[in-house]
Design a protein. Structure first.
Length: 256
């Protein structure tokens, strides 16, 4: 088995004595598309906060190993910006695109490193960057709306643009929080296809509530169930769904 690209071991995070994350162990392998589910308050967003440096664990280790056979990087010592620079990108639940800028400019501004801001200031992009942006626009199905102001896009399209912006920064690891929230069924399905197409090239963790979407994107992958800040169970969608404990704490309560 390959080495995890991202691992969290025995991680605990408390807020005023309340254990939002409790002795959590999590291993993400290169190219994986992992789905994380769990009831509200299970600790999913806090987990992303810890992986991205937005919050620091009280105890435990979080390590990033993008290159096999080289020493892992201790993420608990780094800030949000440093972690992002290492290739761990996060998409928050609410899209935050620049509404007054076009779709294309939003992508330019997200290009890796200072190149994006520089290029957009001087209206210059080399042909490689242009090709990359064209490919990204097609990937997120916004090529025919490249000149639209982002504020005019539908909610689903804004989510796709933001995924495109995340990809423009060339992350190895993508952390995606509830991408299907507020989308139509059709948009949700397309989002699933998009995420499936990104697996392999990227290592991806998706937090999601919509069970038909979870089923779609976990077709080849694993589902992790978080409950009270720990992993309750992990496995194929069907196994997780029929697990008695999972039914008890989550699915059985009529959530989606
Ligand atoms: P999820 O994303 O799974 O719904 P969260 O990670 O947002 O859950 O929250 C887990 C628990 O930690 C909740 O009980 C929440 O109230 C608590 N929590 C999260 N962030 C904070 C914070 N900054 N201060 C206090 N409590 C928090
Ligand atoms: Mg959350």
């Amino acid at each position: 088995m390959s080495h995890p690209i991202l691992q969290a071991e025995d991680v605990t995070k408390t807020f005023d004595g309340f254990r939002a994350i409790n002795a959590l162990n999590f291993y993400l392998f290169p190219g994986e598309l992992r789905t994380v589910i769990g009831p509200n308050g299970a600790g999913k967003s806090t987990f992303f906060d810890l992986l991205t440096g937005r919050a620091k664990p009280d105890t435990g280790g979080i390590e990033y190993s993008p290159v096999p056979d080289t020493p892992a990087t201790d993420l608990t010592k780094l800030n949000e910006y440093e972690i992002q620079r290492l290739g761990i990108g996060r998409k928050f639940q609410t899209p935050s695109v620049f509404a007054e800028h076009t779709v294309f400019t939003n992508l330019v501004l997200s290009l890796k490193g200072p190149r994006g801001v520089f290029a957009s200031l001087f209206h210059r992009l080399d042909s490689a960057a242009r090709d990359r942006l064209d490919a990204l626009l097609k990937l997120v199905r916004l090529d025919d709306k490249r000149h639209w102001k982002a504020g005019l896009l539908s909610h689903g399209e804004k989510q796709w643009l933001e995924i495109g912006m995340l990809l423009a920064s060339e992350p190895r690891v993508l952390l995606v929080d509830e991408p299907a929230a507020g989308m139509t069924d059709e948009e949700t399905h397309r989002t699933g296809e998009l995420l499936l197409s990104l697996a392999g090239k990227h290592s991806i963790v998706v937090v999601e509530h919509d069970m038909s979407f979870v089923k779609q994107i976990s077709i080849n992958g694993q589902v992790t169930v978080l409950h009270q800040g720990s992993v309750l169970c992990e496995g194929k969608f069907d196994d997780v769904q029929s697990h008695p404990k999972v039914r008890e704490v989550y699915l059985g309560r009529g959530k989606n």
